[in-house]
Ligand binder design. Structure first.
Ligand code: PBG
Length: 327
């Protein structure tokens, strides 16, 4: 056969395949989401997320050290308070669960980088991501509370804050508040392109944060939309976001590539609880090979253009990178 183009030539050996590899994966890109709860001496497994736990603050350092040893340098903290109220006051309480966890974590394991999820839904009695006016989430009234929450996280030791509420104007409100308090250098990673997604189901069980009525469609995005996602990303960059996140990851990789091309800030993708649960469940049934699927999902996110990957599989992935099974 007189073929000029033979793409297979470059696939002939592992050495060659690695030489021409287009996507390189590094452990420093990984962020591990972690749940902290009130109480002591407890590490409770999340039923729909086998292998993921809600840690009390005293048991947190052990997990953090394990992550650091594995080479996962950053975590994203989520708080599960004991007490919820209409205004989500636990979110910005100096002695709230995330604030306490941060102080302890920074003291015990200072080498990790601490990012916090800034949102109201784990703290409000109604489970919505902001304060209510009637049955509607009041955008502007929520901004001040989000800014207060972000500031209290930073004052407790957060290295970066990540608003996930999807209120309009929250990046600006948080930036202004942090700057006024002298935290000009603390970056904001915005959950800018966040869809109203059934993929968050297991998380809501983990964080006990399902909305008591209605859904999140009046603030999270319609999953049919692409241009609207671009608008969200560009708006947040204008408001001062340092990093733009797309969430979920797997079904939204088109948005990762598109946003990557349109903005000049780093792009993050969050492989959410439902993605983790699907892989775990299918693997448990023996229907898929978990490790290979996890590597493929990770590579696809970086191939699409992300520089940062949030995943419940961060620790396993770090191991796969060490073993050269992905990289
Ligand atoms: C808080 C928040 C959610 C997730 C991250 N931050 C839940 C939601 O918006 O309902 C989901 C993460 C996951 O599913 O892993 N608003």
């Amino acid at each position: 056969m007189d073929l000029i183009q033979r793409p297979r030539r470059l696939r002939g050996s592992e050495t060659l395949r690695k030489m021409v590899r287009e996507t390189r994966i590094d452990k420093s890109s990984l962020i591990y989401p972690l749940f902290v709860q009130e109480g002591t001496g407890r590490k409770d497994e999340i039923p729909s997320m086998e292998g993921q736990y809600r840690y009390t603050v005293d048991l947190l350092p052990r997990k953090l050290e394990e992550l650091a040893d594995a080479g996962v340098g950053s975590v994203m903290l989520f708080g599960i308070p004991d007490h919820k109220d209409e205004a989500g006051s636990g979110a910005y309480d100096e002695n709230g669960i995330v604030q306490k966890a941060l102080r302890e974590a920074k003291k015990q394991v200072p080498e990790l980088y601490y990012i916090t999820d800034v949102c109201m839904c784990e703290y409000t009695s109604h489970g919505h991501c902001g304060v209510l006016c009637g049955h509607e989430v009041d955008n502007d009234a929520t901004l001040e509370l989000l800014a207060k929450t972000a500031l209290s996280h930073v004052e407790a030791g957060a290295d970066m804050v990540a608003p996930s509420d999807m209120m309009d104007g929250r990046v600006r409100a948080i930036r202004e508040c942090l700057d006024r308090a002298g935290h000009k250098e603390t970056p904001i990673m915005s959950y800018a392109v966040k869809y109203a997604s059934a993929f968050y189901g297991p998380f809501r069980e983990a964080a006990d944060s399902a909305p008591a009525f209605g859904d999140r469609k009046s603030y999270q995005m319609d999953f049919h939309n692409r241009r609207e996602g671009m608008k969200e990303a560009l708006t947040d960059v204008e408001e001062g976001a340092d990093i733009i996140m797309i969430k979920p990851a797997m079904s939204y990789l088109d948005m990762v590539s598109e946003v990557y091309k349109a903005v000049h800030v780093p792009v993050a993708a969050y492989s959410v609880s439902g993605e983790y649960a699907m892989v775990k469940a299918a693997a448990k049934m023996g229907w898929i090979e978990e490790d290979r699927i996890v590597c493929e999902m990770a590579a696809s996110v970086f191939r699409a253009g992300a520089q940062i990957y949030l995943t419940y599989y961060a620790q396993e992935l770090a191991g796969y990178i060490d073993e050269g099974r992905i990289g």
